[in-house]
Design a protein around this ligand. Sequence first.
Ligand SMILES: Nc1ncnc2c1ncn2[C@@H]1O[C@H](COP(=O)(O)OP(=O)(O)OP(=O)(O)O)[C@@H](O)[C@H]1O
Ligand SMILES: O=P(O)(O)OC[C@H]1O[C@H](OP(=O)(O)OP(=O)(O)O)[C@H](O)[C@@H]1O
Ligand SMILES: [Mg+2]
Length: 289
Amino acid sequence: MSSSSKIRLAIPNKGRIAEPINDLMDRSGIHIQMSASRQLIAKTVDPQIEVLFVRPIDIPEYVAKGVADIGITGVDMVAERGSDVSVMLDLKFGSARLVLAVPEKSPVQSVEDLSGLRIATEFPGICRRYFADAGVDVTLIEVSGACEAAPQLGVADAIVDLTSSGTTLEINKLRIVDEIISSTTNVIANHESLATKHEKIEEILLAFESVIAAKGQCYLMLNVDKSRLDDVRSLIPGLGGPTIMDIAGSGAVAVHAVVPHVRVYQLINQLKHAGARDVLVLDITRMVR
Ligand SMILES: Nc1ncnc2c1ncn2[C@@H]1O[C@H](COP(=O)(O)OP(=O)(O)OP(=O)(O)O)[C@@H](O)[C@H]1O
Ligand SMILES: O=P(O)(O)OC[C@H]1O[C@H](OP(=O)(O)OP(=O)(O)O)[C@H](O)[C@@H]1O
Ligand SMILES: [Mg+2]
């Protein structure tokens, strides 16, 4: 268990979710102080928070055992390890589905058709529970990657593997028979740490939530003559209506609003035609409602 004052946060040292997690840490202001690229423990700008770099599949048990107070990994990793942790916050990235798939030409139409057959997977824990719940007796072939090759190599009759874009299944001529779980990257916490370090953990979760809330939003600023204000206001979606400020000594006002990134391209043209000028668009790093 880490010492009572410090929070130890376990994050992936590599892999596809490592980069978005590092970006989240930066945007949250919890900047990691790296002194060597391969270091596995690092301080952050907050003396009370240190970071452990581990593989995503190992993070659930590090948190369950209290080696780390909190961790960031996929909920599929938590399910695979069966770790006893609290799932605290969905970070809304790292989406994937764990699916049961067979060769397109296979006669298999349902999980029941797999009785007595071989399943290649990187997720034996989830598979044991899934096939037991289905009452289907199969042979699991544990692989550490490139699962989709197993059927065509004659190693297995089906696979249980992750899919996100679907490209790998399509290229390997595999067809989904069932979806077992869907997964996104989440913040997980040790039960005891949640009790003894609740305030600091809540502070970190608020920082992460503010980054998630700001994603896809930007800050719009413009000036407009009062006579055209209504035309401009009607165009701005805004989180609760724009903020209007008088510009001293002029017949104009400043209008500020939070708008979705996807609206900005069209909105700026509309605003110019409605009389807006000095239009600025800024990125938002964090938004606390
Ligand atoms: N297409 C995908 N394939 C694998 N993992 C994915 C995918 N999309 C999202 N993920 C998520 O990434 C998380 C961690 O994946 P992990 O780092 O173990 O695999 P990886 O990034 O593919 O690295 P490796 O190359 O070692 O497999 C998991 O929670 C998983 O759900
Ligand atoms: O639906 P897609 O976008 O095609 O992604 C799915 C593929 O990604 C993962 O493989 P990864 O790249 O992690 O290699 P690995 O199997 O060696 O982990 C997963 O195991 C699938 O093979
Ligand atoms: Mg992988």
